[in-house]
Ligand binder design. Structure first.
Ligand SMILES: Nc1ncnc2c1ncn2[C@@H]1O[C@H](COP(=O)(O)OP(=O)(O)O)[C@@H](O)[C@H]1O
Ligand SMILES: [Mg+2]
Length: 610
């Protein structure tokens, strides 16, 4: 397992890299915008208004204080509109409060809409991926990062809003400082820049660390799941595996914590020094303004105004820079989300797809098909040629790992062959519309899915859209023997299965299998494939299933993979797969007469029953 942290990201620690990450912003903004345009417009409007409030308030305060000083110290008469100004300041303060609340409200709305929108987009896109993509471990890293990013990066969107507001406040305050003294402004900016550089630097280091830790975090997740799952509970207890898993979890999480702590520590030390520098800048400016007031160069009102403006501008410049570096950092994370959206499946319908033939006239044909899994040099199948004619029932046998399931994946176009062609009615499978082709095939895989849904839904998922009249569901269940199982459940067809949800009832492996079979029967497919579907059925159930199967597949094509010869011998033709090739084929009798691999395996199994 990938436990060591590779350092290939460390070299990319450059400014260019950082700026390049910002290129992610426009497409992400596009996603955000699409998720809730009106909420965004409101949010921006409110932030512009809120951004101008501090300057407006300060300006009124200056006027009021100068007026008070005039009245108290110089005994001037009270200015005409004095109390109106006080009222105005109150109005600004109230507006500020209202804006802030309204912005929070908009942000909440936006988060909900955005999370929903992105989650749906991720689900949609993931569903378009082909099987090869799913079976590629690096895809899972990316998918997981995309998933996390879909929701975590919300902070970034709010940060963008804050940046807008901070920018407006800073610009208005800075303009007013500039009006009184350009030097003060220059001083403030000069002292803030180091803190900004520090912030971006650490944000970037944090990103590359996070990136490198993804494999470890995946393993941690795995250990957490195995350590507390229903499927592993039996073995965990009997093998006393918990301490082993816990130890491994601790070791790995210590590694992660150490790396994070080390970075956080450095960030704290450097960050503190730089922040102190910024404070120094602020107080230098402050002292300068006090001095100017004392020598009578500016009024007390202006002193109040400037100290307020300097404090406001300095905090806002600082926050603006750190908000910005936060955004740059988050934008780096988003590259995974965008990369995920850019992955295109290789198994797709052609531009001008053919509809699947109904009925199929000449059947399926493998024409010198070879196959190796992506990234694995070894060929699982080499130059296999075979035909499945309409109405023919074929059994495929072979030891584990000989490529039986792989052959099914090629026949159903879950994968394309590395060489050779798979034909349906003489036309390459790649010419057909993919969904239409899939709709003609019913498969029960060895590792079929147990949906934590109702019994009826577990069968209905076999049909596109999963909305099926109950009578059809019951008919399919009857054929597979699932009906008998379901009738015994407290809520019958409406019984929730699996242990995930409250009130769910779990079934035995064989019972689940009957449901999976019903699903395949519901499809009304022209080719039915059962990949070791009866492995966990008892001998009697299996016999029943296959008696039914023979009836159900009457006139259809069927491919049956099984280790039980009592079942296999019912097929019209038997293929023996070994070392990536079909080594024998024929009927039970023919193969028994040759006395090759088949008869050898048959005798071996028969001996066990004697
Ligand atoms: N997704 C995959 N990636 C790489 N190798 C695989 C994958 N799936 C199966 N294999 C390998 O291909 C071989 C054939 O597997 P499979 O078709 O499942 O055999 P069978 O169904 O006959 O037991 C095995 O050696 C297996 O390890
Ligand atoms: Mg298999």
């Amino acid at each position: 397992m990938a436990t060591e942290v590779n350092s290939n990201q460390a070299g990319a620690n450059t400014w260019r890299e950082r700026l390049r990450a910002l290129r992610n912003l426009p497409p992400v903004l596009r996603l955000v915008w699409d998720s809730a345009p009106s909420v965004i417009l409101w949010g921006c409007g409110l932030r512009v208004a809120a951004g101008a409030v501090p300057l407006a308030t300060l300006a009124v305060t200056k006027w009021i204080i100068d007026a008070v000083v005039d009245v108290v110290a110089k005994k001037h008469p009270m200015p005409h509109a004095f109390w109106w100004y006080v009222g105005l300041e109150f109005a600004f303060a109230s507006a500020g409060t209202i804006f802030t609340r309204a912005i929070v409200y908009c942000d909440t709305l936006l988060s909900d809409r955005y999370v929903r929108y992105i989650s749906i987009r991720v689900m949609e896109h993931a569903s378009r991926m082909d099987l090869a993509t799913y079976e590629d471990p690096s895809f899972h890293d990316r998918l997981e990062r995309a998933r996390v990013q879909a929701t975590d990066r919300l902070v970034m969107i709010q940060a963008l809003g804050n940046l807008l507001q901070q920018a407006i406040t800073t610009a208005t305050l800075a303009a007013s400082i500039l009006f009184f003294s350009p030097w003060i402004l220059a001083l403030l900016i000069a002292f803030v820049i180091p803190a900004f550089l520090g912030d971006t630097h650490f944000a970037f280091l944090g990103y590359s660390l996070n990136f490198r830790l993804t494999p470890i975090r995946r393993e941690l997740d795995y250990l957490r799941t195995v350590g507390a799952s229903k499927d592993s509970a039996k073995e965990l207890k009997l093998f006393c595996l918990s301490p082993f898993l816990k130890g491994r979890f601790q070791k790995l999480s210590d590694e992660v914590c150490d790396l994070n702590n080390e970075l956080a520590g450095r960030k704290m030390r450097v960050g503190t020094v730089l922040a102190l520098l910024t404070t120094l800048g602020y107080y230098s400016a402050y002292a300068y303004v006090i001095y100017r007031t004392l020598i009578g160069a500016i009024t007390v009102g202006t002193l109040t105004f400037l100290t307020g403006a300097i404090a406001g501008a300095s905090t806002n410049i600082q926050s603006m820079f750190s908000t910005f570096s936060g955004i740059a950092d988050q934008a780096l994370f988003l590259s995974d989300l965008l990369a995920f959206f850019q992955v295109r499946p290789t198994i797709q319908s052609p531009p001008q797809p053919l509809p699947a033939p109904r009925p199929i006239r000449s059947g399926f044909e493998l024409d010198k098909v070879s196959f190796a899994y992506p990234g694995v040099p070894r060929r699982v199948l080499s130059e296999i040629s075979l035909r499945i004619e309409p109405g023919e029932r074929i059994a495929l046998i072979g030891e584990n790992g000989q490529g039986k399931t792989t052959l099914v994946k090629l026949l159903t176009r879950l994968y394309d062959p590395s060489a050779g062609r798979v034909l349906l009615d003489g036309v390459d499978l790649r010419e057909y519309d993919l969904e239409d082709l899939y709709s003609q095939i019913g498969v029960v895989f060895q590792d079929f899915v147990r949906y934590d849904m109702t019994a009826a839904e577990n069968i209905a998922v076999g049909k596109r859209g999963a909305i099926v009249p109950p009578a059809l569901i019951a008919a399919a269940a009857m054929k597979s023997g699932a009906d008998e199982v379901i009738q015994k459940l407290p809520h019958g067809y409406q019984q929730i299965l699996g242990r995930r949800f409250d009130g769910g009832v779990d079934l035995s492996g064989g019972e689940w299998q009957k449901l999976a079979l019903a699903r395949a029967y519901l499809r009304d497919a022209q080719l039915l494939i059962l990949d070791e579907p009866t492995a966990s059925l008892d001998a009697r159930s299996e016999h029943e299933v296959f008696e039914q199967f023979a009836e159900l597949t009457e006139g259809k094509m069927a491919l049956l993979i099984s280790h039980r010869f009592s079942t296999v011998r019912m097929a019209d033709r038997i293929l023996v797969l070994e070392g990536g090739s079909v080594v024998e084929q024929g009927s039970h009798h023919q193969l028994m007469t040759i006395g090759g691999r088949y008869s050898e395996m048959f005798d071996l199994q028969a001996a066990n029953y004697r």
